[in-house]
Ligand binder design. Structure first.
Ligand code: G4P
Length: 529
């Protein structure tokens, strides 16, 4: 098959949601449709369960599962689908943001009863900023929930989206009868005593057809007609181009648990979702159909076995093909590397493959060569943009608790930071190291992993920081910038890329800097240019 055909059939996407909205359940149902798994319950949830075990043992459990679910690939109709896993837990939000740099589109799952929740808002905002095409799936229609129009309003207002429903529910909860599929112009009935089965798909081009009353009852038929009239009046027509540009978001309703509305979602997704997209590098835009290979590391996963310190670096192929045993340029290190056992992902398995195409993810065994954001190419010096660090929420000094193991400690910290577990800041004044994390759980993880994987011990000390701000002086040689550095020297640090960061102790001190040093810009994201 030609390069063009192979790349055109790839659909690489992520499912995002607030925990418990049904992401795992939907993923599983999609895999069932693809024939990639045979039974429900096969996909393990990667969420941190509350309960018997400590949160932190849960993280270790989660880490084990997330190796298996990092990429779930399967074929459906004539397409190759790659689902990239995104952790729902808020302490892992940064992981999810990074994974979103590797997707070409997303499906947003919303719980019909809970509506738009906090984690969904944050994730959708990132997708919106990058114009990632989004489809919304409103889940759990078998339960009582919010009115469909109220929910559509909420999605528009809270998420800042412009929606157009491509399906519409007939009743809800106890009265849930099925779904009218606006996209395919048919009705799916939800029925049976257990109400777990899809009875039939009935084509209905014309919903004024009196047959409808016989099938779903007069009241439901009349409600559906009224609702659809309103839908056609209020919402814009679906336009594929607007969806692809991130300007319009189609909405589907269903129940993932009951496998209801899922096939419709998948069939529409296959038709409209984009194949790999053009990606911006600092030097130029890279087209997926270019023959020469390029890709970037968006995730690094440490081996679960502490005795083998090898890691799996996940590369999103941006253009061309990645071939086994072929030398590629590791741009940051300026050296050529060959990989004898690149892993490709199928459902929940990984296998060594000879060739992968733009859109695919390959997992490369790594002994410490890769950092998140690294670029690999056929030879061109490219640097892909778009893997920013966000200001952490928590900050603590890290101290060495075993002076004999200083080397192990620093190596461990270095490698854990390369994996993106947390961010390291080194204070300008005294060289002390400060760890910044999105959630408090990460401190336990770091301590545990330093001890078990590197044989090093650490302690923490509180460091009251409100926000990390990346500093951009309009003139690095100006008097004003020199004064800023002198006055604030206690709060200045370097991040891992040697960028200057102001660790502000309060909202107030940020405002003061803005007023006093107007030529010094403060950014909450590391990649601001
Ligand atoms: P997540 O990955 O987004 O966190 O959510 P997950 O799929 O694990 O689903 C969260 C809970 O919601 C699960 O119940 C799941 O069975 C349920 N659920 C998912 N889709 C539907 C649906 O369409 N209808 C209904 N009624 N429930 C749904 P749980 O009790 O937490 O877990 P389990 O013991 O059932 O696995």
């Amino acid at each position: 098959m030609s390069l063009k055909k192979e790349i055109s059939k790839r659909r690489t996407f992520g499912i995002i949601s607030h925990p418990d909205a049904g992401k795992t359940t939907l993923t599983e149902k999609l895999l069932l449709f693809g024939g990639a798994i045979q039974e429900a319950g096969a996909v393990k949830s990667n969420k941190i369960k509350k309960g018997a075990t400590s949160d932190f043992m849960e993280i270790e459990r989660q880490r084990g599962i997330s190796v298996a679910t990092s990429v779930l690939a399967f074929n459906y109709r004539d397409k190759k689908i790659n689902i990239l896993d995104t952790p729902g837990h808020k302490d892992f939000a940064e992981d999810t943001f990074r994974t979103l740099t590797a997707v070409d589109s997303v499906i947003v799952v919303i719980d019909v009863a809970k509506g738009v929740e906090e984690q969904t808002e944050k994730l959708v905002e990132v997708c919106r900023m990058r114009n990632i095409p989004m489809i919304v799936f409103i889940n759990k229609l078998d339960r009582e929930g919010k009115d469909a129009f109220d929910l559509l309003d909420e999605v528009e207002q809270k998420l800042g989206l412009t929606v157009t429903p491509l399906s519409f529910p007939i009743g809800m909860g106890y009265d849930f009868k099925g779904i009218y599929n606006i996209w395919e112009k048919n009705i799916n009935l939800f029925s049976g005593d257990s109400r777990k089965n899809i009875e039939d798909t009935i084509a209905f081009d014309d919903i004024t057809n009196p047959e409808l009353d016989k099938i779903i009852g007069e009241k439901s038929a009349s409600d559906l007609r009224d609702n659809l009239e309103l839908v056609y009046e209020v919402y814009p027509d679906f336009e594929k181009q607007a969806y692809l540009e991130g300007k319009l978001q189609p909405v589907f309703f269903g129940s993932a648990l009951n496998n209801f509305g899922v096939r419709e979602l998948l069939d529409c997704f296959i038709d409209i979702a984009p194949n790999p997209r053009i990606k911006k590098a600092e030097e130029r835009e890279v087209d997926p159909f270019e023959e020469s290979f390029s890709g970037f590391v968006f995730k690094i996963h440490a081996n679960m076995d502490p005795k083998h310190r090898d890691r799996l670096a996940f590369i999103k192929i941006v253009s061309g093909t990645f071939e086994r045993n072929t030398p590629y340029l590791h741009v940051r290190q300026g050296k050529k590397m060959k990989f004898s056992s690149p892993n490709a992902f199928f459902a929940e398995k990984k296998e060594i493959v000879d060739i992968s195409y733009a859109g695919d993810i390959v997992g490369l065994h790594d002994t410490g060569n890769f950092k998140i954001g690294d670029t690999l190419t056929s030879g061109e010096e490219l640097h892909f943009k778009g893997i920013p660090s966000f200001s952490p929420e928590h900050f603590r000094y890290i101290n060495n608790a075993d002076p004999m193991k200083a080397k192990q400690l620093y190596k461990g910290i270095d490698q854990l930071m390369d994996e993106g577990v947390a961010q390291l800041f080194t204070l300008e004044l005294n060289g002390r190291k400060v760890i910044g994390t999105v959630g408090a759980l990460q401190y336990e993880v770091i301590q545990y992993r330093l001890e078990h994987e590197y044989g090093a011990k650490c302690t923490y000390e509180n460091f009251p920081v409100h926000k990390a701000c990346w500093v951009e002086p309009s003139d690095p040689k100006s008097e004003e910038f020199a004064e800023f550095k002198r006055v604030k020297q206690k709060f200045l640090a370097k991040d891992k890329h040697d960028q200057l960061v102001f660790l502000a102790d309060s909202y107030f001190s940020i405002e003061m800097v803005k007023q006093k040093y107007p030529s010094v810009k403060l950014h909450f994201v590391s990649e601001y240019k």
